[in-house]
Design a protein around this ligand. Structure first.
Ligand SMILES: Nc1ncnc2c1ncn2[C@@H]1O[C@H](COP(=O)(O)OP(=O)(O)O)[C@@H](O)[C@H]1O
Ligand SMILES: O=C(CO)[C@@H](O)[C@H](O)COP(=O)(O)O
Length: 469
């Protein structure tokens, strides 16, 4: 009889749950539920979504793990009640607070030394500082802070379980040291002006952190693994090896590479997170990714397929139309108050050109991310694999190798964060030294004639607008 494990991705836009055969990695059932929009969300909405998406599958699982959107600040009081809506990774209001914290820590190099990354508005610590300065009553009421995946894991656990997290997600808080592999409570105090309870960290990545309340079918509570940040989950789901780069087109655009050495980029372009296996996950992250395509769709009044058809009917460079796609402010580059810029339009500009400019803008920002990752880690990408909702776009798939200038692997359509969480759950269940080996079949490698002029035009516009926000 097969053993099943449940992997959950509680990401920005939705919760996805996969029931997976622990022996083979085959997905046997899956469900999803949507999340509210916005960069500030009542975290209880994620609990309702996990109940809807994962509830019916949990009874069939012997182990479960949760991957979640990184950095979000979930503040709870002494009774475990929500103090205020969670501020998400893409909420840029704490940009000034991030800059202040860097200075108080002793500058960019000191930030890298302390937490492994340069603090930006996305990081939880900067959000704590914002609460201190703008909502002192909430700052006083708060007793514990946790990340989205910690909050969802705790909801699944039997009553009385202590909150827990993992080093991968912890490394994006701004109060965890990737060098010491430990919390830095003094950085919570620096940010908020007082200490808070922090979730328990595992002593090994495959540790069982608790058990789900017993549900009919699993004969007792499923074992709960530590879970992790969604990008660490994707790395596990794709079984990233040395030189593999994953490019995720979700709400965020993430280029990530597994590394044995602790990264450190004082420019802040590459964040030096930990992964879910004991290694590191240098990454670049943009705030604008799949929503660039959504905005193009809305402007043109078309569906995904028509946006692709239009984009592919134009030419490289969209007849001179270039889009700098910082619609919601941007984090890479660090321009939290920026807005998008569209240039080069003439009276001959067509709908096809506008569609093309949106797709090329997304791909150029990802190409910049890959280049930065290679430069700052000194490691050339051997294989570039596209995943995430936006990677379903036909135009993205066809134009990616041209804009990036290299062959690109299109992973079979799937939920790789949830698959990675399932792999972590299977690992915890096995107690082995390494996670199970699960193959991925059906990947497609695509190539195209490179169009370096497209990236060049994007970089020129990026440079020209450097002081616009
Ligand atoms: N066929 C498609 N073409 C382009 N984008 C798509 C397609 N299908 C879904 N998406 C986009 O994928 C996004 C969601 O991707 P997902 O990876 O689930 O995001 P997140 O992890 O941030 O919640 C949505 O913005 C949606 O518009
Ligand atoms: O902030 C980051 C990474 O540092 C984002 O990648 C979030 O983790 C959200 O991911 P998605 O929901 O877009 O997948």
């Amino acid at each position: 009889m097969s053993t099943y494990v449940l992997g959950i991705d509680s990401s920005t836009q939705s919760t996805k749950a996969l029931l997976v055969d622990a022996g083979t990695g085959e997905v046997v059932d899956q469900r999803r539920a949507t999340h509210p929009d916005g960069t500030e969300v009542d975290p209880r909405a994620w609990l309702a979504a996990v109940d809807e998406a994962a509830g019916p599958l949990l009874a069939r699982a012997d182990a479960v793990a949760v991957g979640g959107q990184q950095h979000g600040m979930v503040l709870l009081d002494g009774r475990g009640e929500v103090v205020r809506d969670a501020l998400l990774w893409n909420d840029t209001r704490s940009a000034g607070e991030a800059a202040a914290l860097i200075e108080e820590m002793g500058g960019a190099e000191a930030s890298i030394e302390e937490i492994g990354s340069l603090m930006v508005a996305s990081f939880t610590a900067s959000k704590l500082r914002w609460v201190r300065d703008h909502e002192p009553e909430n700052a006083q009421r708060a007793a514990q802070v946790m990340l989205p995946h910690d909050y969802v894991s705790l909801h699944l656990a039997a009553d009385g379980t202590e909150a827990f997290t993992d080093r991968g997600d912890a490394s994006g808080t701004g109060y965890y040291s990737t060098r010491e592999e430990a919390w830095k409570p003094e950085l919570v105090e620096l940010a908020l002006g007082r200490g808070l309870d922090l979730p328990r960290l595992p002593s090994a990545p495959q540790e069982v952190m608790g058990y789900a309340a017993a549900t009919t079918g699993n004969g007792g509570g499923a074992a709960i693994a530590a879970g992790t940040g969604d990008n660490m989950g994707a790395a596990l789901g794709l079984s990233l090896g040395p030189g593999d780069v994953s490019v995720s087109i979700g709400t965020s655009g993430v280029c990530a590479m597994v590394s044995d050495t602790r990264p450190g980029d004082a420019s802040g372009t590459v964040t030096g997170f930990a992964d879910a296996t004991g290694r590191f996950l240098p990454m670049t992250t943009t705030i604008n990714a799949s929503r660039i395509l959504e905005t193009g769709r809305a402007l043109l009044g078309v569906d995904h397929e028509e946006l692709s058809r239009l984009a592919l009917a134009s030419v490289p460079g969209a007849h001179g139309v270039t889009l700098l796609p910082y619609f919601d402010g941007e984090r890479t580059p660090n321009r939290p108050t920026a807005r998008a810029t569209l240039t080069g339009m003439s009276t001959s500009t067509t709908r096809e050109d506008i569609a093309r400019a949106h797709v090329e803008a997304l791909l150029c920002s990802l190409a910049d991310g890959i280049a930065a990752l290679e430069e700052r880690t000194g490691t050339a990408a051997q294989r570039i694999t596209l995943i995430g909702g936006g990677a379903r776009s036909r135009a993205v798939q066809e134009l990616a190798p041209a804009v990036i200038g290299r062959e690109v692997t299109i992973a079979p359509d799937g939920e790789y964060v949830a698959l990675g969480a399932a792999r972590q759950a299977a690992w915890a269940l096995s107690g082995e030294g390494e996670p199970p080996t699960w193959g991925i079949s059906g990947s497609r490698v695509v190539g195209a004639d490179p169009t370096p002029e497209v990236l060049e035009a994007y970089r020129v516009l990026k440079e020209r607008t450097a002081d616009w926000g």
